[in-house]
Design a protein. Structure first.
Length: 104
């Protein structure tokens, strides 16, 4: 029984890593395309930072959207949940990003 749980956790972790990697590749591609379109160069550390922040923002947004829906007694999210979450997450993410990258 324990090995089934471990295997399930490993599969979930692998799926999560794959999702994170794909998300990062997309954000890196977008950042590089935007820089090129605007005649700018963007360094790899900045691209990595943007990618990490975007992923962390998306993770937190997903959690908050789900919590708002649960608080309203619903099993599915709607646009109100997203709007409420975005206003909350924006300030929290900005503060967390500042603290994280200023201490690194």
């Amino acid at each position: 029984m324990g090995s089934d749980v471990d295997r399930g956790e490993e599969e979930e972790e692998a799926a999560s890593e794959l999702l994170r990697d794909r998300f990062r590749l997309c954000t890196i591609s977008i950042a590089e395309a935007e820089a090129k379109q605007n005649g700018m160069e963007i360094s790899q550390p900045i691209v990595a930072c943007i990618s990490d922040l975007a992923f962390k923002y998306a993770q937190q947004l997903a959690k908050d959207v789900e919590l708002f829906a649960q608080h309203a007694g619903r099993k599915s999210v709607n646009m109100e949940d997203v709007i409420l979450s975005v206003t909350t997450v924006s300030f929290d993410t900005a503060a967390a990003a500042y603290l994280f990258y200023s201490t690194s």
